[in-house]
Design a protein around this ligand. Structure first.
Ligand SMILES: [Zn+2]
Length: 705
């Protein structure tokens, strides 16, 4: 069937095509010729005819003899439109009158097309321009990049030194790396290490051993730090090689910024340099952080950020170690082992390090010029800076600020003995039990801390300083509570009207001491227990801690504990009583201001028969309680009384903060305190500056009254 279908398809197709060409086309030509002779134009044929039509029963397309039904006629009328005229030329490209219409229509279409084309072209031009501009920009950037890259290649090696020597760095000139100063006794140099000849000889013994790379040689190294935190601090290390007939040992001391990491690091460097260069080695040590840093600063140094390479502690020695490891043909691996767990090599290395730490041998030094990674090191007081320079600078400015602060007369007056203050506890109260470095996170916090700082420095805006500042408002500075004495920062706490309150607060605090003592003792025992457990877990042998008990102190004990504080006995008994010392350094008022004296701490520690840390906690809570209660029960009522008096005098808060330009009172009356010595002129100027921050509105701001 399919073959017949194809053949029939082609047969019919041929007939159809040929009939179009040879029958229909000649017929059209003949008909058009006749039409022309009849004066029927193509336009006539397409123009709309509105007159009566002929009989549709004559049919559409065919002349039938059956006639059409009416519905068919209507249908045909609709179809007519699309079928009328012009079809000859349109369908077969024959020229006829229909051309005229066609041309007209074509012209119109052409115009539209032309407009569209122009639009397109304009758009394309625009796009082209934009593209060209982009390309231009891109070319510029690429050229600039190429320029930069090419100049980089010329001047900088792939791993650049810490500081570009071309960049301006004023320290550069004077602080270029110098070879370490040669100490008194003769020293030898092995690689980058400077050491005494005796110790160099023991190192050479290991160096001369036979190289056997069938398995890597294991070396044990350990460091030791003695008397840490004292002037007699000593750092040493030991390296042990157990692969030979007799254990070979290298040991030595080092100096500089003291830490166990430094001892371990020098030990590691000594171990790597001791082994014959062709020998593959594995160094085993028991300091995890040194092992970690080895992988970061030596093994994977190329992937480590400059910040880590240059700012790590002992960055120079790590760079030296890297250079040594890179340049030796044998491979180096560093492995962590658990310390004090009966590994023979580790025990021997530990012993060697301890022996060396106690010896007085010449400290080993690493020659930092033997590495090229870091070219510049800072020196401070003749020694190289081995910690992060930024940290050192921060420490320096802390010390400078501290010195400047302690030398202020105001501070000297308000804090009788700066060295006899337990600052951890005192600062904890100044910062309202927040960490010292935290920021103020709300206005209440800020006002609290301001109040504490003023209290500590004797800068509470008492009436004497208000009078000096605004003599026009304050004709007198007599205390508004007792109405007897002039009010200054001392009188606030010593005012006779506050004596009863002070005794009450004191008694309450005393009543809480046992509670605080038991708490502190419990947490102390728990901490000892934890320490013991940790030590046992690490394999160290330590004695089991004996729990400490809190013995409630008797009243006599208490009296002994605070006998160094002036006026304490009187407050304790609620009636006048003599002080032990004739001129006591500290007074009860200092405790109320939140200062914790060290001397009191030592006496308490003796009275309570407890470790210092328990006494410290208890005293801290004791002083904290006094300070908080004194603010609530002495300072706030004092402020209320003073404000009430100010209102009767017609002094408004606005008056207090308004700028006063008239003559000031006599500053010799003092800032904060009424003294009989008077202040020097510079102190007056200083106080004037500080005034601004201390003026008016304090009562309400600080306590929301
Ligand atoms: Zn008073």
């Amino acid at each position: 069937m399919s073959i017949a279908k194809t053949v029939l398809h082609k047969f019919v197709g041929y007939l159809e095509a040929q009939a179009s060409e040879l029958i229909w086309k000649p017929r059209c030509s003949a008909t058009i010729a006749w039409e022309q002779s009849q004066g029927i134009s193509a336009k006539d044929k397409t123009s709309k005819y509105t007159g009566p039509r002929g009989d549709w029963s004559q049919g559409y397309g065919y002349i039938t003899h059956d006639g059409f039904s009416a519905t068919i006629v209507a249908q045909s009328q609709v179809l007519d439109r699309t079928a009328t005229g012009g079809w000859c030329t349109e369908e077969f490209g024959l020229s006829s009158d229909a051309d005229h219409v066609r041309v007209l229509r074509g012209l119109q279409q052409n115009e539209e097309k032309e407009a569209l084309r122009q639009q397109h072209q304009a758009r394309r031009l625009q796009q082209k321009k934009e593209k060209e501009a982009l390309r231009q920009q891109h070319r510029l950037v690429v050229a600039r990049l190429k320029e930069i890259l090419s100049s980089l290649k010329e001047t900088k090696p792939r791993y650049r030194p810490a500081f570009d020597t071309d960049a301006s760095f004023p320290l550069q000139e004077r602080h270029q790396v110098q070879p370490p100063p040669v100490p008194g006794p003769p020293t030898t140099q092995i690689g980058p290490l400077c050491l005494s000849p005796g110790e160099a000889a023991s190192m050479r013994v290991v160096q001369d051993t036979h190289v056997d790379n069938s398995t890597p040689r294991v070396l044990y190294s350990d460091g030791s730090l003695l008397n840490s935190g004292t002037l007699e601090v000593s750092q040493a290390f030991g390296v042990v090689d157990l692969t030979q007939d007799n254990p070979l040992t290298v040991q030595g001391r080092t100096d500089g910024h003291a830490s166990s990491a430094k001892a371990e690091l020098m030990g590691l460097l000594a171990a790597v340099l001791s082994a014959p260069p062709e020998q593959d080695i594995v160094v085993k040590l028991d300091n995890q952080s040194v092992v970690e840093r080895y992988s970061r600063l030596v093994k994977n140094r190329r992937d480590t950020l400059p910040r880590k390479r240059f700012r790590s502690t002992y960055a120079g020695i790590w760079a030296v170690l890297w250079q040594v490891v890179e340049s030796r043909p044998g491979r180096v691996e560093v492995v962590w082992i658990k310390g004090h767990s009966n590994i023979h090599g580790n025990e021997l290395a530990d012993q060697a390090a301890k022996v060396a730490a106690q010896s007085g041998s010449v400290p080993w030094m690493a020659d930092l010029t033997q590495q090229t990674d870091i070219t510049t090191f800072a020196h401070c007081y003749g020694g190289i800076v081995e910690i992060d320079l930024r940290q050192l600078l921060k420490q320096q400015s802390t010390i400078r600020h501290h010195q400047a602060w302690t030398s202020q007369r105001r501070v000297k007056r308000a804090i009788p003995d700066i060295d006899d203050v337990e600052w951890n506890s005192t600062l904890a109260y100044v910062h309202d039990r927040h960490a010292v470095f935290t920021f103020y996170n709300n206005s209440k916090d800020s006002h609290q801390r301001t109040h504490h700082i003023k209290k500590l420095h004797g800068m509470l805006p008492t009436l004497n300083s208000m009078q000096v500042r605004k003599p026009n408002l304050y004709p007198t500075c007599v205390c508004r509570r007792c109405e007897l004495e002039k009010e200054d920062n001392d009188h606030v706490w010593k005012c006779p009207s506050a004596a009863e309150t002070t005794t009450e607060i004191w008694k309450e605090a005393m009543g809480k001491i046992n509670e605080w003592g038991v708490q502190a003792t419990n947490s102390y025992n728990a901490a000892r227990k934890r320490e013991y457990k940790r030590a046992v877990d690490r394999g160290r042998q330590v004695p089991r801690p004996v729990p400490i008990h809190w013995w409630p102190p008797s009243d006599a004990d208490h009296v002994r504990g605070f006998s160094s504080i002036g006026g304490a006995r009187a407050v304790h008994s609620g009636s006048p009583a003599p002080d032990r010392d004739e001129k006591p350094m500290w007074n009860v008022s200092d405790l109320l201001r939140g200062i914790t004296p060290l001397s009191m701490l030592t006496e308490w520690s003796a009275v309570f028969r407890t470790p210092m840390s328990i006494a410290k906690t208890v005293l801290h809570k004791f002083v904290g309680y006094l300070e908080a209660q004194a603010s609530e029960l002495i300072w706030k009522p004092r402020c209320s009384a003073t404000i009430a008096w100010e209102q009767t005098q017609g002094i408004s808060a606005k008056d207090k903060t308004s700028k006063y330009t008239g003559p000031r009172g006599d500053w010799s009356q003092g800032y904060g305190y009424i003294t009989h010595d008077g202040f020097s002129a510079t102190i007056v100027a200083q106080s004037q500056v500080l005034d601004r921050t201390a003026t008016g509105g304090w009562c309400t701001e600080e306590f929301g009254l």
